[in-house]
Write a protein that binds this ligand. Structure first.
Ligand code: ZN
Length: 132
């Protein structure tokens, strides 16, 4: 595993894209909506990892709910894995709980699943694998 990206919930990509472009000294390399998840994402490369900014596209979006509860900030850590299916099996045997055990198509050409924060010290953990 490596840290593939950090997800950061933001109120407005318009404002935050400007902020992160100035902070990192480079533009995002991609902006992409995942309608099923109710998010628009914006990706920045930093070394081997990335920052994923997440903006809600509707009030029912998990990001909208996160912003209501906690405000802007770090939303999840994503670990990049070679084989998401074998990692799910391994972590289930270790007693971890998944929000859903079926990998879904996420942003940035990935298959993704999320572990439930109650089994990971309150941190929302994403596993992601590059789509073949
Ligand atoms: Zn993510």
């Amino acid at each position: 595993m490596k840290i593939e990206h950090l997800g950061i919930a933001v109120k407005s990509l318009a404002g935050s894209d400007n902020l992160f472009a100035r902070l990192l000294g480079k533009e995002n390399y991609k902006q992409e909506s995942v309608e099923r998840e109710g998010v628009t994402t914006s990706f920045y490369e930093i070394g081997e990892s990335k920052i994923e900014l997440l903006e809600a596209t509707n009030p029912e979006s998990p990001i909208a709910k996160f912003l209501d509860k906690k405000g802007e900030g770090i939303h999840h850590i994503a670990f990049g894995v070679e084989n998401i299916f074998s990692e799910i099996e391994r972590l289930k045997k270790e007693g971890f709980i998944f929000i859903s055990e079926d990998p879904k198509e996420g942003a940035d050409n990935k298959l993704v699943v999320f572990l439930h924060p109650r089994s990971t010290n309150g941190v929302l953990v994403e596993l992601c694998q590059e789509k073949p």
